[in-house]
Design a protein around this ligand. Structure first.
Ligand code: PMP
Length: 457
């Protein structure tokens, strides 16, 4: 069947593609495992799993077949009017993997929506429990929690307020415990301590009775380039939130599945958050999917008071649930959570070696297969490249010629650094991972040469 060709007035119709910083992006037409192919037949390793999402790579038969089977059986249902088996199947699997303390979940259509659901759940719980003043949220600067108006307000990105001023409800921001650029300027531990102190100070300034939640990413994504806060921060944040009756929220939209355990929260049982948000790895890019996980105790308590019945039209869509269940089965049966650690450690070692050789790699960090390299112009001073260079985007463009699909990130004029994330599908083999790093090394060498030629280095 041929489709009519509609006239394209003034360029591509998706307004996203009109953005100047998407020029030079390849048009991809096909995917296979960890690879995507453009119109000209060029092959790229998907270094960032699309958006840290395609945990199983492209074209997984089991997931696709589960979707078709489900679509033929029951293609749509709405949570307010009926229960359905695919919802129960997926939530059962997620709760099994998440373990004690995270027995209940709410399925959404993506990360931002799940973050909002989580905060709305806590708000409703606080209200039902007689704490009506609790509305304020505290988050880190920098951080990312989504692109809806509510989540933009909680996101720690200094470029945001200018555009959305007056439209968002900003959270109070405290300095993030950045391991490479600690706010206290001394050590990562001192920086983490300073961040924890800022958290407590902020709670006291606002008033504990008014602070609903403190939310952070246990392993950062695009906002910090896979920053892992110092252990002290996890312990202190937990202690401070408990002491002042503030709910602790982990935003694991990116971190779940790929950082060494199903949830990063499971690796520190002593500092368990009250709720966890995840998304990307569960739908693995096959379907839009987000998950808010909460303890049965809280959910049951709220159910006995006012209940929680927020939902959106596509929450727990049966086809999405069937895909999610197949994704989770694949992850479990193929041992992909452990594989992320094995391959991730190998990649990390190779990136550390690369850092030693390269004049422009200042730091390598992350956990499992959520890793990042940070670009610097001067390794001693940690000075970033000038804004006009946009180093991560230059290397993204060069990467294309070496068969890599990278993701550029320079935030707040580079104040918090600039990096490329290495978060390929969890199905990547060791040989493929070596090939990825070889190509990345050639990309960085070419970029370095360009910088020398242009007199920047
Ligand atoms: N939180 C974090 C930590 C994220 O990385 C993202 C997405 N990059 C979101 C929330 C928002 O998720 P979504 O884009 O699916 O709405």
């Amino acid at each position: 069947m041929t489709h009519p060709t509609w006239p394209t007035r003034g360029g591509p119709q998706d307004l996203f593609y009109a953005r100047s910083n998407t020029r030079g992006l390849p048009t991809i037409v096909r995917g296979e495992g960890i690879f995507v192919f453009d119109k000209e037949g060029n092959r790229y390793i998907d270094v960032v799993s699309g958006a840290f999402t395609a945990a199983l790579g492209q074209g997984n038969r089991r997931v696709l077949e589960a979707m078709v089977r489900q679509g033929e059986t029951l293609s749509y249902s709405y949570v307010r009017v009926a229960r359905h088996e695919p919802n129960l199947e997926l939530t059962r699997r997620i709760a099994d993997l998440a373990g004690p303390g995270f027995e209940r979940c709410h399925l959404t259509s993506g990360g931002s929506e799940a973050v909002e659901m989580g905060i709305k759940f806590l708000r409703q719980y606080a209200l039902a429990k007689g704490m009506p003043a609790k509305t304020r949220v505290i988050t880190l600067m920098p951080s990312y929690h989504g692109g809806t108006l509510a989540t933009l307000g909680w996101t720690g990105d200094e470029d945001i307020p200018a555009v959305w001023h007056g439209m968002t409800v900003p959270s109070a921001k405290i300095p993030a415990p950045l391991s490479y650029r600690p706010s206290a300027g001394v050590s990562a531990e001192d920086g983490a301590r300073a961040s924890a102190e800022a958290l407590e100070r902020t709670i006291l300034e606002i008033g504990p009775d008014r602070v609903l939640a403190f939310m952070f990413e246990p392993v950062g994504g695009q906002s910090t380039g896979a920053n892992v806060p110092h252990d002290l921060f996890f312990r202190e944040a937990h202690r401070i939130c408990r002491r002042h009756g503030v709910f602790l929220v982990y935003d694991e939209v990116m971190a779940a599945v790929r950082t060494g355990s199903f949830l990063a929260a499971q690796r520190r049982p002593d500092c368990r958050p009250d709720i966890v948000i995840t998304a990307k790895g569960i739908g693995a890019g096959y379907v839009p999917m987000g998950v808010m996980l909460a303890p049965a105790t809280m959910v049951d308590e709220l159910a006995g008071l006012t209940g929680f019945n927020l939902s959106h039209t596509y929450n727990a869509n049966p086809i999405a649930c069937a895909a999610g269940a197949a994704v989770v089965d694949e992850i479990v049966e193929r041992g992909l959570i452990a594989a992320a650690v094995t391959v991730g450690n190998h990649v990390r070692q190779r990136l550390e070696a690369l850092k030693e050789r390269s004049p422009i790699v200042g730091d390598v960090r992350g956990e499992g297969l959520l890793l990042a390299i940070e670009y610097v112009r001067d390794k001693r001073t940690k000075a970033t490249f000038p804004d006009a260079i946009y180093a991560s985007d230059r290397s993204r463009q060069i990467g294309l010629s070496h068969g890599l699909m990278l993701y550029a990130r320079r935030q707040n004029g580079g104040r918090f650094g600039e990096w490329s994330i290495v978060s390929p599908p969890l199905t990547i083999t060791l040989e493929q991972a070596d090939d990825l790093v070889d190509r990345l090394e050639r990309t960085l060498a070419d970029f370095t040469d360009e910088m020398v030629r242009e007199g920047v280095l």
